[in-house]
Design a protein around this ligand. Sequence first.
Ligand code: PMP
Length: 391
Amino acid sequence: MSEKFARRMGTVHRSFIREILKVTADPEIISFAGGLPNPELFPVDAMAKASQEVFANIGASALQYSTTEGDAGLRAIIAQRYANRGLTVDPDSILVTTGSQQILDICAKVFLDKGDKVVIERPGYLGAIQAFSIFEPEFVTVSLEDDGPNLEELEVAFKDGAKCFYAVPNFQNPSGVSYGLEKRKAVAELTDKYDVLFVEDDPYGELRFLGEDMPSVYSFCKKPGILCGSFSKIAAPGFRIGWVVAEKAVYDKLVIAKQASDLHTSTLAQAIMRRYLETNDIETHVELIKERYGRQRACMVEMIEKYFPSDVSITRPEGGMFLWATMPEGVSSMDLFDAAIKDKVAFVPGRPFYVDGSGENTLRLNFSNADEVRIEEGIKRLGLSIDSFLK
Ligand code: PMP
């Protein structure tokens, strides 16, 4: 059968994280591996009510096919929420998508020919690496520092004919790193100067529990960029509702690519999400999430300081769902993973986030999906695992 597969599928693998999630299904394992929001914070009752109201009020139309662009009321709410945060966005420039993951797929279809140079962060978001890989680009990576990408490396990559730069400037998955204000401006300047299409993926930007909110890089770009958002982390991922903001020419192409992919995002899911947003205060809900994740992150950092050997360094994210640990050179987090599973604790080894095969000594820890009791116990187990592994 293998000779029948398209050549492009030869270089793409199943998501390593989704595979790990199978191993960690054992309830005795404390898992910091998945990228799951805390389900205790899903607005189950409010969604149930919104759902009943949708069926009672607009049942038939919520079950009908609809436009590719998405529910007009929902797009207006998304635009209003941007306006509340100081960014003017025309609702007609918003395309509702099946999760923000779909944007990566349709962007790749619209922009990438085989061999095109795509710049990504190192480490980079695995879902983007997977979505782009199918279209066989050449990945160029720039190292991520505490306050964003290394600008010299970025400029070299841009000078070398990069077509686009895909980045997660807020609380990046996997590293938790957020760009500082100066780097945001500098990245926008560079993308303008070298005419590189900037794709800003921002599913975590609203989840800042420390420090000051910052403008998007997109808002500093003079040439048109692409801004991606999602309800997955501020409401619930099961709805699979994301959105992309793009200027007209790009928008029209994205619509074509989406039509070919799924015609439109679930009408029912959009109707329920819209009703939920119209009848609930999502800002209060987001505050609740931030407060909880802030506590969980604080607990994880405190426990790491207590239980990890001192030569393991970590990022200290001001928001989002992940932090990143770096062990001494030469230590393999893949091997540590096997040892840690025996000790009933899981994480994601860092290497899959590096397209160049480096990052052997790094790992990602998720802090959104475990309460403080489990975080303390899990980090204690992991600390012991690392200790005996390093000896
Ligand atoms: N981008 C990033 C950076 C992510 O971490 C995720 C979720 N793992 C996504 C996009 C996709 O999210 P969704 O499709 O649920 O909106």
